[in-house]
Design a binder for this molecule. Structure first.
Ligand code: AMP
Ligand code: FES
Ligand code: ZN
Length: 299
């Protein structure tokens, strides 16, 4: 197969784009997908101070490298969850990556902040993953607001987004569908959140890391049974295999045609968040969820 752009030997075939690329042209293709996402959804500009949440996995590292190469003002944030089996490995990948590409990096240690995930797990009866996700989102948002970042970017990719959409559609969850998309505006004490990799698949991100020479980590969390929405991802992969391009058309079709049907009309009608009495984070109760977990742990 020949490269669609330069006719050299192609090393990556992308049926969904009806194209194949040689290594340099693949990097160009990936860059174009990210640029297109930023422009089409007006995610941010060169004036924004962008905080990129870095887990050490392929998606967030690819995102940081691409945004840095495009000239955006980025800083990395890693949350060290204090899980002995996986956290030191993940942190190591992020530290080496940020040193290598000269990216400023902030680390928040959940142990020092009184919320080591293994202890949280001992104390709660719910699955720890959802609580851990809540804690991470809390610190992404808090750190962005406390340090004057105008945007928070995460490495969610097309597979994550399409699977989430599929699951929301299956339940006709109007509230979630109204909120789903690659950009959530800043509002009521929450930072603007963006997902600039929503046009590229997991496979495309992995390829980008491989060709760009990014050393990313795979340190599976011992508490989670696998990636989120695994079942929906499998169904969508099968569909994509039979009908290349369906994933992106499903997701982009939702953005252009479906989403407005679920736009929140009751935005200001519910209980307005007020500052948590312990930490000032927006909450609908007196004490926010994360402060309640901390109280439960006695830290
Ligand atoms: P996940 O939910 O694990 O697929 O992660 C989705 C995105 O959240 C990643 O691409 C990162 O941007 C961010 N993220 C997840 N875990 C961490 C972490 N420990 N520290 C910083 N960012 C993270
Ligand atoms: Fe949070 Fe596994 S990464 S529970
Ligand atoms: Zn609080």
């Amino acid at each position: 197969m020949k490269c669609t752009r330069c006719k050299e030997k192609a090393v990556v075939a992308l049926p969904s784009h009806n194209a194949g690329f040689c290594p340099p042209c693949y990097l160009k293709f990936f860059q174009r997908q990210v640029e297109k996402a930023i422009k089409a959804q007006k995610l941010f500009t060169f004036d924004d101070k962008i905080l990129v949440a870095l887990s050490g996995g392929k998606d967030s590292l690819a995102l940081a490298k691409q945004l840095k190469d495009l000239g955006y003002d980025i800083t990395g944030l890693h949350i060290d969850l204090a899980i002995p089996e996986s956290s030191p490995i993940a942190r190591g990948y992020v530290e080496r990556f940020c040193t290598m590409y000269d990216i400023e990096m902030h680390v928040l240690e959940m142990d020092a902040l009184g919320l080591p995930i293994p202890r949280v797990k001992e104390k709660i009866r719910r699955p720890v993953c959802s609580v851990c996700g809540k804690i991470k989102r809390y610190y992404f948002n808090k750190h962005a607001l406390d340090h004057g970042f105008t945007v928070l970017a995460t490495g969610h990719n097309l597979d994550d987004e399409a699977a989430r959409l599929f699951s929301n559609v299956f339940r006709w969850d109007a509230a979630y569908l109204g909120d789903q998309g690659p950009a959530l505006p800043a509002e009521k004490g929450f930072a603007r959140k963006v997902k600039p990799l929503f046009r590229v698949s997991e496979f495309e991100t992995a390829n980008y890391c491989f060709i760009a020479g990014i050393d990313y980590g795979f340190a599976p969390c011992p508490y989670s049974k696998g990636a989120s929405f695994t079942f929906y991802k499998t169904i969508l992969d099968e569909l994509e295999h039979k009908q290349p391009g369906r994933k992106i058309s499903f997701y982009e079709g939702f953005l252009s045609k479906g989403r407005k049907a679920f736009a929140r009309q009751d935005q200001d009608e519910g209980v307005l968040p007020t500052p948590c009495s312990q930490c000032s984070y927006p909450t609908s109760e007196d004490v926010c969820g994360v402060c309640r977990i901390r109280q439960n742990l006695g830290t």
